[in-house]
Design a protein around this ligand. Sequence first.
Ligand code: COA
Length: 190
Amino acid sequence: MANFRRFRPDDLNKFSKCNLDPLTETYELGFYMQYYAKWPALFQVAEDQHGNIIGYIMGKLESSPDAFRFSEHYLPWHAHITAVTVAPEARRLGIGRLLTEKLEEAADAADAWFVDLFVRVSNTRAINFYKSMGYSVYRVVKDYYGEHATDPTKSSEDAYDMRKPMKRDVKREHVREDGEKHEVQPTDVW
Ligand SMILES: CC(C)(COP(=O)(O)OP(=O)(O)OC[C@H]1O[C@@H](n2cnc3c(N)ncnc32)[C@H](O)[C@@H]1OP(=O)(O)O)[C@@H](O)C(=O)NCCC(=O)NCCS
């Protein structure tokens, strides 16, 4: 049985079951605290009966800077999933889905047009997960994951920018059927 609630700062000491996963990025403490302070409703955790964090989702609300209002890449008011992870032993139990639904509720409450996220094109597990929840590819960001810049033995990897329209987007104006065909550069993504 998992308990779902908002993130609290002392949860940072209990993230190891999730963050040992290689696809789960570990950030500096201040980064988590910024999300907690600014968007507490979009930072949700699942804990087990021992108080371990076995899943969490962390997101923010934003739009592109006003200076880019007339750019084709301008992003209107939306929620962004910065991280979602479930401990390996707790996967395929619906925890990721419930966490994402909680973030989507907060996105609807904030009148966001859509929820979006970036995912490695090789991360088929996460892509299947997002697709099962109604997300689709909006565009491909070339070389978004640029590990080659710091480690020459590694190559870069493209990201899918995936989206799900929220209640505000009644006409589904902010999603595309053929997103895989729309390639952009990392400099087009703010
Ligand atoms: C992606 C992740 C968060 C999914 O969490 P989860 O709790 O296992 O997902 P759920 O149990 O809620 O799955 C919901 C649905 O997603 C799909 N899904 C989830 N995992 C899947 C897998 N390994 N293969 C295929 N489909 C999958 C299924 O349709 C599933 O429904 P079902 O179990 O009834 O068939 C988890 O695998 C994870 O933490 N991965 C590592 C971190 C990561 O990649 N995060 C995303 C970075 S962008």
